[in-house]
Design a binder for this molecule. Structure first.
Ligand code: NOJ
Length: 524
């Protein structure tokens, strides 16, 4: 079972480019994160996930790694991050780095070596066909760019050649098996990277495209899972409290492969799309007519039905609750911000629900103040994602307190709206989104029944009624619609409302919820 500290963990995701700039060069840095640890702690977050902060040409915002063991100079030095680990630990904050095991940058020295005609240690570190005019059927590939006569497979963008972990079913002479020396060498190289950071004080990893390692894998991802199980064995022996969260979006597979947590991401039917935003339709235009119809659960007028989310979630939950945790997110660096379609009240209900669910929740920087998605030209391979990656809004004034650089030097422009939300503005308003996040997280930390592993039992899931769920002896209820309602829960007990947004009362088994409300009730 998972690292013990995860039971009470709440993560804060930081896109380092945009969090806090301490040296006035217009881009966030590691020291900026260290300086803001008290703020992060004040939210109730006690763990961080930092997006890739390694040396990189930044064609995909750092997901194109050039040196796995070196902090990108624009963010500072390795010493800075070791100090961050230390300071964070003193304040009870754990730090996960982003591990990108599926691909490197095309500028990584391993890849440069691999491109050479002459055979060397790295020739098979990436996946190459055996002739310059022979492509790789079924895979994106590039030919004609190397001294070596062969084409190489991509894992994502053109700048990201796929590392070679082998093929489950070998169908071509140039494909290696997963136990071949070349595939084993890649696996060991990634373990070496993990050991490097863990031994310097990092507490684990968020793993990019965790399901992508083995090619021609089967439906159950048995090849890729075997690799993660092997990694888990290494961690159990050498770093038993290290935590791993997968970007996999299939908790039954990811958690059984040895992950502590898996994200419920933005795939159709996944947690994010049905709760927060009908994102899939919006972004991929699967059915463009549907783009204006947003049935995200928390939207007041959307007629949201929790079962769209719950059918998938509960099946996964029942299957995995003894294996590991699912992670709900407010959003991440790849999605639109939740404030894109939810107003402040809707956001409060959304966050209250996410933070009272089992598993380990993740808050994306700036979502606690309702930072807005910005329409911007693409930066560093961000495309539509760029709008969710703008500088953190600390206070009114120059660059909203993010940096002392000239505005045109900033990594991305800050929100220029007159009423752009800031931390400073919301600090003193007890009903602000920021302070609501704080009070929900405080409640979560104070109540055993709201911890990651406390049981969840849905009580009322009828459309148009409040969604009521039991966490141990607590009843939680969320009701996003615009008119008040009552529901008879059929139990003769009364209870005390210990937390609410809007108005709610509970007596003799009857729950009365005002429009757009949320409540936590202690039943004993
Ligand atoms: C998923 C990451 O979240 C995303 O930002 C990145 O572009 C791709 N993986 C490729 O590494």
């Amino acid at each position: 079972m998972a690292a013990t500290w995860l039971k009470d963990a709440v993560f804060y995701e930081i896109y380092p480019q945009s969090f806090y700039d301490t040296n006035g060069d217009g881009i966030g840095d590691i020291n900026g994160i260290t300086e803001k640890l008290d703020y992060i702690r004040s939210l109730g977050c006690n763990a961080l996930w930092i997006n890739p902060c390694y040396d990189s040409p930044f064609k995909d915002a750092g997901y194109d790694v050039r040196d796995y063991k070196k902090v990108a100079p624009r963010y500072g030095t390795n010493e800075d991050i070791y100090r961050l680990f230390e300071e964070a630990h003193k304040k009870g904050v754990k730090v996960l780095l982003d591990l990108v095991p599926g691909h490197t940058s095309e500028e990584h020295p391993w890849f440069r070596e691999s491109q050479k005609a002459e055979e060397n240690e790295y020739s098979d570190r990436f996946i190459w066909t055996d002739f310059c005019f022979k492509g790789a059927p079924g895979f994106p590939y590039v030919g004609g760019e190397s001294e070596r006569s062969g084409c190489y497979i991509l894992n994502f963008f053109k700048c990201q050649p796929a590392l070679n972990y082998g093929f489950l079913n070998v169908t071509e002479p140039w494909q290696k098996s997963i136990n071949s020396p070349a595939a084993m060498a890649t696996r060991e190289a990634i373990k070496d990277v993990m050991r490097f950071w863990l031994s310097h004080g990092c507490d684990g990893f968020r793993v990019d495209m965790a399901a992508s390692l083995v090619k021609n894998d089967d439906e159950k991802k048995s090849g890729t899972s075997a690799i993660w199980k092997d990694v888990r064995r290494m961690l159990d022996l050498e770093f038993p409290e290290a935590a791993m969260v997968a970007e996999w979006s299939d908790p039954p597979l990811a958690l059984r492969a040895g992950y502590d947590m898996d994200f419920c991401l933005n795939h159709p039917g996944g947690g994010y799309s049905t709760l927060m935003r009908d994102y899939y339709n919006h972004v991929y235009g699967e059915d463009p007519d549907k783009n204006n119809e947003d049935h995200s659960y928390f939207k007041k007028d959307a007629g949201g039905n929790i079962n769209r989310f719950l059918d998938q979630y509960m099946a996964w939950y029942e299957d995995t609750k003894d294996v590991g945790y699912m992670s709900l997110i407010t959003c991440n660096h790849d999605t639109l911000r939740p404030s894109y379609n939810l107003d402040e009240r809707e956001l409060k209900l959304a966050y209250a629900t996410i933070f009272t669910f089992p598993g380990v929740p993740f808050l994306y920087y700036g979502d606690e103040i309702g930072m807005k998605y910005q329409e911007l030209p693409s930066k560093e391979g961000g495309y539509y994602r760029t709008g969710s990656r703008t500088p953190m809004q600390w206070k009114k004034g120059d660059n909203l307190g993010f940096s002392t650089a000239d505005a045109e030097k900033l990594y991305l422009p800050v929100d220029s709206a007159e009423d752009a939300p800031t931390v400073e503005m919301q600090e003193n308003d007890k009903d602000s989104l920021l302070n609501t996040v704080r009070s929900i997280l405080e409640l979560r930390h104070n109540e055993e029944d709201l911890k990651a592993d406390a049981l969840l039992v849905p009580v009322c899931t009828e459309p148009d009624k409040p969604f009521v769920y039991k966490r141990g002896e607590l009843l939680c209820a969320v009701y996003p619609a615009g008119e008040s309602t009552e529901v008879d829960l059929g139990c003769a007990i009364s209870g005390e409302v210990i937390f609410k947004i809007g108005d709610a009362s509970f007596a003799d088994g009857k729950l009365c919820m005002a429009a757009q409300s949320f409540a936590v009730i202690r039943t004993k």
